[in-house]
Design a protein around this ligand. Structure first.
Ligand code: BJW
Ligand code: ZN
Length: 265
């Protein structure tokens, strides 16, 4: 069933654009994991920032002031991710790699659901829940593979200590006010600039957090056709050639099956 809110003419044009593309970039945000049961940040009622204050949990200063609160919150989130499964959108993205000469997956998500669906070399712009490191000396800490001991969302958990300098271990995510990891950011920019990308598909992001939100704009400025899939309009609608509204786990498989005339996605 095709319900992409496009006219037959637009759908035919979009299908043509997709199957002709040689280099596709898929750019994802929290919405791509929502159907796996992972909360987004900014959705009213269900988003994390509707219940928790970002400045108390997602800044270096918050960690300095109350490391156990911050560590406990991230352990709770790590537990949610470890108990979740990739959904149809993650699986379609992984499958797409077999259909185009070059697919680059760039995510703002700190979960590992793209990898568990089979995507390779995913560029994580905002880090990962699974590579904790020392807050003081930045060395990686060997943990994060066990399912945490069922903490509640607001439960304080003392972070472990670094075996090298006794500093506190922090989650290796990018907090507000911190630079994005240079290697990942440069790889993301390289994938969208200098005509490196024919089609850029943005999925499930509100496009309000910078510099990640620059990517659809950069892609379009560099010649890409920009497609956005989201439940609702976002700050990036104006940069997208096609805005498809609905759940990513339904819209993306429909779109790709329509483009290739298949049932593979
Ligand atoms: C579905 C769906 C379904 C739901 N299907 N769709 C003023 C102007 C411009 C910039 C700034 C400013 N003031 C401060 C800044 C900078 C700041 C920033 O951008 N702030 C804005 C919020 C204003 N940025 C930074 O600080 C960044 N660093 C930086 O700029 O460094 C340079 C610098 C450093 C020092 C000094 C000076 C300069 C770092 C940003 C780090 C963001 N970190 C977080 C937390 C990561 C760790 C963690 O997970 O806890 O990253 S914040 C949070 O937002 C997380 C996400 O990756 C990020 C983006 O969110 P996302 O993915 O878009 O989620 P939502 O919830 O916003 O949207 C979900 C969407 O999905 C919605 O649209 C739904 O409709 C949709 N949806 N279900 C399809 N089933
Ligand atoms: Zn250390």
């Amino acid at each position: 069933m095709v319900n992409l809110q496009l006219s037959t003419y637009e759908l035919a044009k979009l299908s043509d654009v997709i199957i002709r593309a040689r280099r596709i970039v898929v750019f994802t945000g929290a919405g791509v994991s929502a159907e796996s049961g992972i909360p987004t940040f900014r959705d009213a009622q269900t988003g994390l920032w509707a219940k928790f204050k970002a400045e108390h949990l997602a800044t270096a200063n918050a960690f300095r002031q109350d490391p156990a609160l911050v560590w406990g919150w991230y352990e709770w989130r790590r537990m949610l991710v470890m108990q979740a499964q990739p959904n149809a959108a993650h699986r379609s993205i992984a499958m797409l790699a077999s259909y185009v000469p070059r697919l680059t997956v760039i995510t703002q998500n700190v979960d590992d659901l793209h990898e568990r669906a089979g995507s390779k070399d995913v560029i994580h712009l905002h880090g990962s829940l699974f590579k904790p490191r020392c807050f003081a000396c930045a060395r990686q800490h060997a943990s994060g593979v066990d399912i945490p001991n069922q903490p509640d969302a607001g439960q304080r958990v003392e972070p472990p200590r670094c075996i090298h300098c006794n500093g506190r271990i922090r989650p290796s995510v990018v907090w507000f006010g911190e630079q994005l990891p240079a290697v990942e950011w440069n790889a993301a920019m390289a994938a969208v600039t200098r005509n490196a990308c024919d089609v850029f598909i943005s999925i499930g992001t509100s496009s309000v957090v910078y510099p990640a939100a620059e990517l659809p704009f950069e892609a379009r400025s560099n010649g890409a056709i920009v497609i956005q899939i989201n439940l609702a309009p976002t700050e990036s609608d104006m940069y997208a050639h096609y805005n498809l509204y609905g759940p990513a786990g339904e819209i993306l498989p429909q779109l790709l099956n329509t483009a290739w005339g298949s049932q593979d996605f």
